[in-house]
Write a protein that binds this ligand. Structure first.
Ligand SMILES: [Zn+2]
Length: 234
């Protein structure tokens, strides 16, 4: 039976390389992923548009009130200034002032409603702006952490690959081919498993006594009938 003990060591390295490879993929996916921040920014943008639209309505209403105040004041100056003596004209002026006053009242009610409408939206906007600020700060921190971790995992992976090259250089080609073939089909990327207490240590199936016996004495490799891994003696 070929010497699979080196393969057993190689498997540790390969499994670790798999884990590190997955972590590297995961980190690369997370690096630069601003989806969460963009989502908050979109909510903020929508609120900003709403606030802007309310501000325009507010300004228009305030301008209308201000214009009505000027018109009322002009009419009152005319009424009380003594230039108009005709009672009919005086009555018309009084009617105008009363009507302008009513218009002003209506616009003031409108203004109040606008202010009431805008208040909670502004509070919500400010809250989300704060949330965005802390999300951005957390994102920066995470990106730094991920970059550091990536550098460290890449360094470790480089070392493991060198170790692997050294191990592989002394393993016979046919043994290595069999191992690669088995692990390429195994869900966890395993190629070999030791036999412990007559069980396959990977899938924990109890092996036939004959197989365990053959494994101890035989020169051919044997595979677990359940998970297909190459079995190594205890
Ligand atoms: Zn097994």
């Amino acid at each position: 039976m070929p010497d699979f003990s080196l393969i057993y060591k190689l498997q540790f390295t390969d499994l670790e390389l798999n884990t590190q490879g997955k972590r590297i993929d995961d980190i690369r996916k997370k690096l630069g992923d601003r989806a969460a921040i963009i989502a908050v920014q979109k909510v903020l943008d929508r609120l900003s548009i709403k606030i802007n639209e309310i501000n325009i309505r507010q300004k228009k209403t305030e301008d209308e009130i201000s214009s009505l105040i000027t018109r009322i004041s002009t009419a009152e100056q005319k009424l009380y200034g003594g230039q108009v003596a005709n009672p009919r004209e005086l009555q018309d002026l009084q009617n105008d002032i009363a009507q302008l006053g009513r218009q002003k009242d209506n616009h003031e009610d409108e203004l109040l409603a606008i202010l009431e409408e805008s208040e909670p939206i502004k509070v919500q906007h400010d809250g989300i702006q704060e949330k965005l600020k802390s999300a951005e700060s957390a994102w920066d921190t995470l990106q730094n952490q991920l970059n550091q971790e990536l550098a460290s995992v890449l360094e470790s992976t480089g070392k493991l690959k060198n170790q692997r090259d050294e191990m592989v250089s002394v393993i016979p080609n046919d043994t290595l081919e069999l191992y690669d073939q088995v692990r390429s089909r195994h869900p966890q990327g395993k190629g070999v498993a030791r036999v412990k207490n007559n069980m396959c240590e990977s899938c924990l199936v109890v092996l036939p006594a004959r197989q365990v016996q053959a494994l101890r004495s035989d020169s051919t490799s044997t595979r677990c009938t359940s998970c297909g891994l190459i079995l190594l003696p205890e």
